[in-house]
Design a protein around this ligand. Structure first.
Ligand code: ATP
Ligand code: MG
Length: 264
């Protein structure tokens, strides 16, 4: 078997000190295969963002190890992150937002690369626009182009489409799948949406909160490409969807720390 691209071995992490110390992740072990798309699904506060930050090398674990190709992650070397909040630079044009993320390339090459990726996400005409002149969906496409332009081996995506309307969101899911066909990457994608998970994932990791644990792994074997939407019509889709929903609902309803506790 191939060596996994990313490996977490018994990773635990707590925040705070003394009496306020709170375990965020508890003995997480998982692997990501090269060019595999793994989606993390779980209620608020179960440690999904923390997991991405560990893989990016932005924070070290208290116990256990995180490795990429057998080495500890180094921020900016192996991974690129796409955030829910876009994090675009408001005083730079679309093109310059991408160029800014490519500090190691000579400027002419960075400009060329930026234009390529603007084209891939359908924003060529907006290269000179400011982020404020773009719609929410266009800003998200720009944030995606910026992450992809770095041509990372690993793409970390933290609820990247959560703030989009339902239609833009589905279009972005297709866009992402098309881009990954052209340039595969190992993807760790966080979402609260069961449907988003089922459409994108090769494998879904279901997490439970307090402390964050991986409680189930589900292989998603619907044929690709999936952008025709046909997988939703499969009986297996409905079964998986119901199963994941039931587990998420139970976690939220049975969690005294949840905002939803006690509601019916
Ligand atoms: N920098 C920090 N300092 C202290 N506690 C933190 C920090 N970051 C996260 N936590 C705590 O760790 C736990 C996991 O947080 P995390 O942001 O990873 O959750 P999440 O699954 O991404 O939640 P959401 O779905 O709401 O984004 C939470 O209890 C949170 O309060
Ligand atoms: Mg989060």
């Amino acid at each position: 078997m191939n060596e996994p691209h990313v490996r977490l071995d018994g990773v635990s992490l707590a925040f705070g000190r003394g009496a306020s110390r709170m375990p965020a992740l508890d003995r997480i072990s998982l692997t990501l295969g090269r060019d595999e798309v793994v989606v993390v699904l779980g209620p608020s506060g179960c440690g999904k963002t923390t997991l991405l930050r560990l893989v990016a090398g932005l924070i070290p674990p208290d116990a256990g190890s995180v490795t990429i190709d057998g080495r500890p992650p180094m921020p900016g070397r192996d991974t690129a992150m796409v955030f829910q909040s876009f994090r675009l630079i408001p005083w730079k044009t679309a093109r310059e937002n991408i160029v800014f993320a490519l500090p190691r390339l000579p400027r002419t090459e960075a400009l060329e690369r930026a234009d390529d990726y603007l084209g891939l996400v359908g924003l060529s005409r907006f290269a000179k626009s400011w982020p404020a002149q773009l719609s929410g969906g266009m800003r998200q496409r720009l944030a995606l182009a910026r992450a992809l332009a770095a041509e990372p081996a690993i793409l970390l995506m933290d609820e990247p489409f959560a703030s989009l309307d339902a239609q833009s969101r589905e279009l972005m899911q297709v866009e992402l799948m098309r881009l990954l066909e052209r340039r595969p990457a190992t993807v760790l994608f966080v979402t609260h949406s069961v449907d988003e998970a089922l459409i994108l994932a090769d494998r879904i990791l279901l997490m439970s909160p307090r402390p964050g644990r991986v409680v189930e792994e589900v292989e998603v074997t619907f044929p690709r490409p999936r952008w025709d939407g046909d997988s939703r019509a499969l009986p297996r889709y409905a079964d998986l969807r119901r199963h994941l929903w039931d587990r998420l609902r139970d976690m939220v309803l049975n969690d005294p720390g949840s905002d939803f506790h006690g509601r019916s």
